[in-house]
Write a protein that binds this ligand. Structure first.
Ligand code: GAL
Length: 455
């Protein structure tokens, strides 16, 4: 239907990028590294007594190393819930949790990149559906196709039709999606908003008027954290100001990053940044969303992993709030009726040290039981379409309804719309903008980035 029309251009972009070697910066070192490692492997086989035992263990699928960035409240709890399901189904396979802390994978993905360059991949790693898979890991030939697994498990029938193209290239499916997250959510503190006497803003002008009242009441209008959360805010402002069609066009090559509409959207973004807390750069996403929960700030624009953090158990490092009472949610200004999505998925590494363990893990990640254990705690909805909806809280019920009725667009920050090289260029330009606030220079850099690395 109309709502899924963006998929085709993204797919075309993906194919083009794959064909012309998108993400080449990642590709070369990985290939060069591969050769010596293979050579090294040869003598080891002939050697020593100890080696056969290790090999045997590996062949029995004795362990699996899974790499992610889910170490904090909500996120770790979700992963743990899925590990319980894994352990029950695979009592003889040791699950090695190689998670590296840091929201949005900013630290983890740097660690992963050096491991991949050193030809030392974890068996399976967290990767976002979209260009992060296709324009980055597939382009660099770092992951294996999973078509047989999808067929065996009947996943083609239970995963959303629209998602499959975002994890596929040249007829191969490359990852197992565990969830659907919504990026465009504006979380708010109901008491702060009420005390300031403001309505939930539906466009940016209303937002600025609301900020005047909130700041007059001595509160932060919009809480924000470290740089990736500023990129998250940027994509939401671009979407709200441009609308879904023009937003999508920026990623397919049909749109013009140099247009007057983009200038206006960037100006709005600059004004929004004037309403955020001064210590943003030193805060994690949890710190920033906690400012809202504590009543220090009115709003926070962040993905719905915040729901997992807000509503999860205090014992698990979460805030234990009741959805709709301790916190509220609304579409950020200008984005009502649009679902800006991302999907966490897991890969099978090329040259995975424990391929059997990896397959056992992927089977759980794609299973109904695994997804029903993971998502209600993580603050996401199942990627599968057959999960028991009664397991999900009030916020997630609204996300499920919106996912099936809204116009769907992809997230930049969380890997859907741009390959890593392009995204890194945007991030560098953003870093400068956060310091100098120069809209013209920022826009010029965005135009250049799209020209060099976009479609
Ligand atoms: C996203 C990821 C989410 C969540 C978030 C904050 O990139 O897809 O699952 O972990 O980062 O860390």
């Amino acid at each position: 239907m109309k709502s899924k029309m963006w998929i085709l251009p993204v797919l075309i972009l993906a194919v083009l990028l794959a064909a012309c070697g998108g993400g080449a910066a990642v590709e070369e070192p990985a290939e060069e590294e591969a050769a010596p490692a293979e050579e090294e492997a040869a003598p080891a086989e002939e050697e020593e007594e100890a080696a056969p035992a290790e090999e045997e263990e590996e062949m029995m699928g004795g362990e699996v190393e899974v790499f992610s960035w889910w170490t904090g409240g909500g996120e770790a709890a979700g992963l743990d819930a899925m590990i319980v399901v894994f352990d029950e189904a695979n009592p003889d396979v040791e699950f090695i949790n190689a998670a590296v802390a840091g929201g949005a994978g900013t630290n983890a993905r740097a660690v992963l990149a050096s491991r991949l360059q050193a030809n030392d991949p974890p068996d399976s790693w967290q990767a976002h559906a979209g260009q992060e898979i296709i324009g980055t890991y597939v382009a660099a030939d770092q992951i294996e196709p999973l078509n047989d697994l999808f067929e065996e498990q009947g996943w083609i029938d239970v995963m959303p039709e629209t998602l499959i193209p975002l994890i596929s290239a040249d007829g191969n499916i490359y990852s197992v999606p565990v969830n659907i997250h919504r990026a465009n959510v504006m979380w708010y503190n109901p008491a702060v908003v009420e005390e300031a006497g403001v309505d939930i803003p539906t466009n940016w002008d209303e937002f600025f008027t609301a900020c005047d009242a909130i700041e007059a009441a001595g509160k932060i209008c919009l809480s924000m954290g470290e740089q990736w959360t500023a990129m998250h805010l940027l994509e939401v402002v671009l979407l709200g100001e441009l609308g879904p069609d023009a937003y999508n066009a920026l990623w397919t090559g049909e749109g013009d990053w140099g247009s007057a509409d983009v200038t206006a959207a960037l100006e709005t973004y600059g004004q929004v940044l004037e309403r955020v807390n001064e210590d943003a750069a030193s805060l994690t996403w949890q710190d920033a969303s906690q400012l809202v929960a504590n009543g220090d700030a009115a709003f926070n624009i962040m993905g719905d992993w915040v729901d997992g953090y807000y509503s999860g158990d205090v014992a698990g490092g979460n805030l234990g709030l009741v959805p709709g009472e301790g916190y509220g949610w609304a579409p950020p200004p200008g984005t009502d009726g649009v679902f800006q999505f991302l999907s966490d998925s897991f890969t099978l590494a090329k040259g995975a040290p424990h391929p059997e363990g990896a397959m056992a893990w992927l089977q759980i990640a794609g299973s109904k039981e695994g997804q029903e254990a993971f998502n209600p705690v993580k603050g996401s909805i199942c990627a599968r379409t057959d999960c028991d909806t009664t397991l999900f809280n009030e916020y997630l019920q609204t996300a499920m309804a919106d996912w099936s009725s809204d116009v769907v667009v992809g997230s930049l920050t969380h890997g859907v719309t741009a390959n890593d090289t392009w995204k890194n260029e945007i991030n560098t330009a953003l870093g400068l903008f956060l310091v100098d606030g120069d809209v013209a220079a920022f826009q010029e850099a965005l135009v250049e980035a799209a020209g060099a690395y976009g479609n």
